[in-house]
Design a protein around this ligand. Structure first.
Ligand code: ADP
Ligand SMILES: Cc1cn([C@H]2C[C@H](O)[C@@H](COP(=O)(O)O)O2)c(=O)[nH]c1=O
Ligand code: ZN
Length: 208
């Protein structure tokens, strides 16, 4: 492969939850630091699982990050750095508004290496914006798989579980969480509940 050297570029790391996206992001960041490059790391305000100012993996690795408002024009704050760092990393991109696409392109157009990580499917198995648009815009895309919690095959899907039961198809898209609410599953083992909602659904739903 002929590596890009005359401009910036966008790298997307995507795939299911638990597939190692954040581990891979941190691996690339460690190598950038070893190379002596300036690095800035951002995470969305909505995801507070690993503390306010760190990004973290499901197996405990962490890196300091700046928290940005993920809604509306909030992601444009990432463009406040002057000059732009050589490397900008953004984790949990699935929580950001579409403004993130504009931000990543502005950085790459100005010579920055942009590394974006986020899951590309909702719990319904549908495209999770802005990942699909970022994947189409990027120079490099890696789509990782986890291990299916049911059958051990490669997992591409995010199974949401509410009190141990598959989530209802009409549930809200955003629910911050990890092992307590999600499993990695393959296409065959991924289940969505339809039909009448239960008491548990009604207690859990907040925004419909
Ligand atoms: N079903 C699974 N398949 C693969 N890894 C898993 C699974 N469940 C937990 N893990 C752990 O999660 C780690 C990946 O964590 P992380 O990089 O945070 O994933 P992601 O950012 O894709 O959600 C793996 O190295 C492994 O230790
Ligand atoms: C599928 C799906 C996921 N989420 C949330 C759950 C987690 O907080 C993140 C994904 O984290 P990871 O680092 O990739 O493990 O996204 C959501 O809100 N809605 C969904 O449909
Ligand atoms: Zn399976």
């Amino acid at each position: 492969m002929h590596a890009i050297t005359r401009s910036g570029w966008i790298e997307v790391i995507s795939g299911s939850m638990f597939s190692g996206k954040t581990e891979e992001l941190l691996r690339r960041l460690r190598r950038s630091e070893i190379a002596g490059q300036s690095v800035a790391v951002y995470k969305p305000a909505v995801d507070d699982r690993y503390g306010e100012t760190t990004i973290g993996t499901h197996n405990g690795r962490q890196w300091d990050a700046t928290v940005v408002d993920n809604e509306g024009d909030g992601p444009l704050d990432i463009l406040d750095d002057d000059p732009y760092p050589e490397v900008v990393a953004i984790d949990e991109a699935n929580f950001f508004s579409d403004a993130l696409v504009e931000v990543c392109n502005a950085l790459a157009d100005n010579g920055t290496r942009v590394i974006v990580s986020g899951t590309d499917q909702t719990f319904r198995g549908e495209p999770f914006e802005p990942l699909p648009e970022l994947m189409a815009t990027a120079e490099y895309v890696d789509k990782l798989q986890a291990i299916c919690s049911q059958c051990g095959e490669p997992a591409s899907r995010n199974q949401r579980l509410i009190e141990g039961e598959p989530a209802h198809v009409d549930d809200p898209t955003i629910l911050v969480g990890a092992e307590e609410s999600y499993e990695a599953r393959c296409r065959d083992c991924h289940v969505l509940r339809t039909g009448e909602r239960s008491e548990a659904d009604r207690a859990y739903l907040t925004d419909d």
